[in-house]
Unconditional design. Structure first.
Length: 94
């Protein structure tokens, strides 16, 4: 017997597959930023719905997987938060 999968879980898995397919396409000019904005706009409410309907653990797994796909926006967000909290410029580490 196959267990039932909730609609938010199905959509979260579809979001992850779509995000990975988008990441595979070459995009030299804009570096995938327009797609990243759309993925973030769709992924945030999906994360809330997933946590509400399934569990916080499913939401945490989805959040980690989404952060691995959207690593540059997450990296820029962390730099910005660090700059705001510390109130000084963050040095680029490369």
């Amino acid at each position: 017997m196959i267990p039932e999968v909730s609609l938010p879980m199905t959509l979260a898995l579809a979001w992850l597959v779509t995000a990975n397919v988008i990441a595979m396409f070459p995009s030299p000019k804009r570096k995938h930023w327009p797609a990243a904005y759309v993925l973030m706009a769709v992924g945030a409410p999906l994360l809330v719905w997933l946590v509400r309907e399934d569990s916080w653990l499913a939401g945490a797994v989805f959040l980690i997987a989404a952060a691995s796909v959207l690593r540059w926006p997450v990296r820029f967000l962390l730099r910005w938060l660090r700059r705001v909290v510390l109130r000084r410029p963050v040095e680029e580490s490369r």
